[in-house]
Design a protein around this ligand. Structure first.
Ligand SMILES: [Zn+2]
Length: 102
């Protein structure tokens, strides 16, 4: 078998295909915005998310998660999940929070 993509590229392509046409999964719980359209598909540490939401609640844009937390997000809030590292395009706000020290 000839591999034409790295495993990471293959997985990324599969995820992007799966996410296509699944916009309904990405509506923010608290505002009328869509986190996929906002480019705010991110992952925070479980203790951060679970302090203001339940694991299967859905999605929150960064602004609405910050509203629930009562503070701005910073680098230490984000997990090491690939989606936090430019796996998908990221909004300016996402990049700003990801690059900000606690
Ligand atoms: Zn929101």
């Amino acid at each position: 078998m000839i591999y034409t993509q790295t495993t990471e590229a293959y997985n990324k392509a599969r995820i992007i295909i799966w996410l296509k046409d699944k916009l309904e999964l990405f509506w923010c719980l608290d505002c009328p915005l869509n986190t996929k359209e906002l480019l705010e598909y991110y992952n925070v540490h479980d203790n951060i998310w679970n302090s203001v939401a339940s694991p299967n609640d859905g999605m929150l844009c960064i602004g609405c998660l910050e509203n629930r937390l009562g503070r701005r997000l910073s680098r230490n809030d984000f997990s090491d999940a690939p989606i936090n590292h430019g796996y998908f395009p990221r909004s300016d706000r996402f990049i700003d929070r990801f690059n900000s020290a606690s």
